[in-house]
Design a protein around this ligand. Structure first.
Ligand code: NAP
Length: 274
C-alpha cells in the first residue's frame, strides 16, 4: 500500500480494537480498486469518545466504523442518523461530508446481501429469530420487510416483546415464542445471541427440532456447535462471516461511492479469520 499526501483515511473506533478483522478486509478492498484510501485501527477509550469523534472532523477522516463499546453512545455526537440506525439504536459506520457526520448501521443490509448471495429469498417465508439485542434489531428491520412473518424468542421476555412491538410499528407481522418448540416449521432460523462463541456454550435452541432443508443462520462469525448440528441434520448452515463481509462492503460504498471487489474482501477476511 502506498500512502501519499492525498490518501483519504478511514478506520475503526473500538475498545479494545486489536481483535478487529476490518483493517485487512477494507485495505484489501482499497487495493483491489487502486483507490487512494487507507483504513487504520483506533483504540478509543470510552472516556475519549467525544474527542475522538471531534477528531474525525479535525483530521478530515473520510469516515470510520464503530464497534463495541461505542455503537450506541456515538449517536449523540453525530449530526444525522439514518433511519435504520435510528431504529436499531446503534451506528456502525460514520461518513464525514465536509465536517458533517452521518451515522449508518450497515448490519441489517449486510445480512440481507449475504442471503441474496446464496440465492435465499425470504419473500412469503416464515422466519424464527433467537435474540433481541442490537444485531437482532438490525436484521429484524429488514426481515420484516420481506418475510411473511417473524417469530422472536429470547432470554429476557420484556426485551423480546419490545423488539416485537417496534417491528410491528414498521409494518412487520411479528409474534413472540415462549418455548421455541415448533422450530421445524420455519424456512429460516436466525441465531442472534453470542451463544456459540465458545464450545462450552449451551445450544440456543434444541437442535433435534431442526428439519432437513431448513436454513440456519448463526450471526456468530465462526462455525458454531449449532451450525455443526444443523448440517448433520441436512440443514443449510450459514455463519456470520457473510454478514460481516457485506456490512463492510456497504461501509466501503458509503465512503468511496464505489462497489468493492467483494472477492478481494472475502479472501482477506478468510485469511484473517483463519
Ligand atoms: P447484544 O446487543 O448484547 O444482544 C445480545 C442478545 O443475546 C440479547 O438478546 C441477549 O439477551 C442475548 N444473550 C446474551 N447472552 C445470552 C445467553 N447466555 N443466553 C441467552 N441469550 C443471551 O449483542 P448483539 O450486538 O446483538 O450481538 C449478538 C451476536 O451477534 C454477537 O455474537 C455478535 O458478535 C454477533 N454479530 C454479528 C455480526 C456480523 O456481522 N456477523 C454483526 C453484529 C453482531 P438478554 O436481553 O437477556 O441479555
Amino acid at each position: 500500500m502506498r500512502i501519499t499526501g492525498t490518501t483519504r483515511v478511514t478506520g475503526i473506533f473500538g475498545w479494545p480494537v486489536g481483535h478487529s478483522v476490518s483493517p485487512p478486509m477494507q485495505n484489501a478492498a482499497f487495493k483491489a480498486l487502486a483507490l487512494d484510501y487507507c483504513y487504520v485501527p483506533f483504540a478509543v477509550h470510552p472516556d475519549a469518545l467525544s474527542s475522538a469523534v471531534e477528531a474525525i472532523r479535525a483530521l478530515n477522516l473520510r469516515g470510520v466504523n464503530i464497534t463495541i463499546p461505542h455503537k450506541e453512545r456515538v449517536m449523540a455526537h453525530l449530526d444525522t442518523i439514518d433511519a435504520e440506525a435510528a431504529f436499531v439504536g446503534a451506528v456502525n459506520t460514520v461518513v464525514n461530508d465536509g465536517g458533517r457526520l452521518t451515522g449508518y448501521n450497515t448490519d441489517g443490509r449486510g445480512f440481507m446481501q449475504s442471503l441474496a448471495e446464496q440465492a435465499i429469498d425470504l419473500d412469503g417465508k416464515d422466519v424464527f429469530m433467537v435474540g433481541a439485542g442490537g444485531a437482532a434489531r438490525a436484521v429484524g428491520y429488514y426481515v420484516v420487510q420481506k418475510a411473511r412473518s417473524l417469530v422472536l424468542y429470547g432470554r429476557t421476555m420484556e426485551r423480546v416483546e419490545r423488539l416485537a412491538e417496534d417491528l410491528r410499528k414498521i409494518g412487520g407481522t411479528v409474534s413472540v415464542s415462549r418455548d421455541a418448540k415448533d422450530l421445524g416449521r420455519y424456512y429460516l432460523i436466525i441465531q442472534a445471541t453470542p451463544l456459540g462463541l465458545y464450545d462450552a456454550d449451551p445450544l440456543p435452541v434444541d437442535a433435534d427440532l431442526l428439519e432437513k432443508g431448513q436454513v440456519v443462520y448463526d450471526l456468530v462469525y465462526k462455525k458454531t456447535k449449532l451450525l455443526r448440528e444443523a448440517r448433520k441434520r441436512g440443514c443449510v448452515a450459514l455463519a456470520g462471516d457473510g454478514m460481516l463481509l457485506w456490512q463492510g462492503a456497504l461501509a466501503f460504498e458509503l465512503w468511496t461511492g464505489r462497489k468493492p471487489d467483494i472477492d478481494a474482501m472475502r479472501r482477506a477476511l478468510r485469511r484473517t479469520l483463519g
